[in-house]
Design a protein around this ligand. Sequence first.
Ligand code: G3H
Ligand code: 13P
Ligand code: ZN
Length: 332
Amino acid sequence: MVSYSDLGLVNTKELFKKALSGGYAIPAYNFNNMEQLQAIIMACVETRSPVILQVSSGARKYANQTILRNMARGAVEYAHELGCDIPIVLHLDHGDSFEICKECIETGFSSVMIDGSHLPYEENVALTKKVCEYAHSQKDYVTVEGELGVLAGIEDDVSSEHSHFTEPEEVVDFVNKTKVDSLAISIGTSHGRAKFKPEQCTKDANGILIPPPLRFDILEEIEKKIPGFPIVLHGASSVPIEYVQIIEKFGGKLTDSVGIPEEQLRRAAKSAVCKINIDSDARLAMTALIRKVFTEKPDEFDPRKYLGPARDELKKLYAHKNQNVLGSAGRV
Ligand code: G3H
Ligand code: 13P
Ligand code: ZN
């Protein structure tokens, strides 16, 4: 049994309390490799932002969970070395069973998500409650994120054809019965780089797809039902057109890419939304820079020469999110 406090990590409790009262959101960035983690820590230290490091099931398979855990421990020491002990959470993203949550809790995670959103309501309640009972009874309280409503979009292990917005009528019952610490909701965001079908969008003068707005009316209804309760937004990448264009210029093909406009996320961050999940934008930034180096320097074969520029771009991206989108900069 490894407890997260021994690794220097924290749970989300205090962070969400401060984010709610301060009108900002904590960044939740997925990581799978060293360059992403370095960029996250460098950016968060530089901008004085707390951070949630997210590990998906796919990441655990790809990178090995022992390595990931020790990377998170390394991240704590690295932040210290860079001169600022920012609060760092290690969070399981989209846990889909009690067993995976338990395993993560027992091996150093300070926070887990149990995603029962695809289950019938009562089954989602029962599973989420079971995870909460286990997580909350640990010596070091592990925080739990649940989900109500289904996001559209396709990722390796996260897929759903259609989105079902969260029913505000269900949230009070769900929170009371399960005792979750935060709740992910569906108000129009979705996973991946193509968040809407072209027919759901309009086009601007340059032919760029403009997505329909998020359902702030549903968010406001939910806030009224559970005032002061931490809300989470998944699928919150903005899919910057600049990265899509660089990728396509250097041989990639990312048809019909469209994300959530940053001003809508800024608005959400000022509300009860206090955790915003971003993965796809980082994938785009890395891919853009790697493709650029590969095309411009065809004789380059030292991975540090293409992963290095990708890491620099990632750092810029994360710092921008903290400063201009989530409002988490300067909160440490
Ligand atoms: O929500 C999903 C995240 O983007 C993680 O994706 O399962 O491909 O690691 P992944
Ligand atoms: P994006 O695909 O929009 O980056 O969302 C990531 C996410 O929700 C991780 O859980
Ligand atoms: Zn997600």
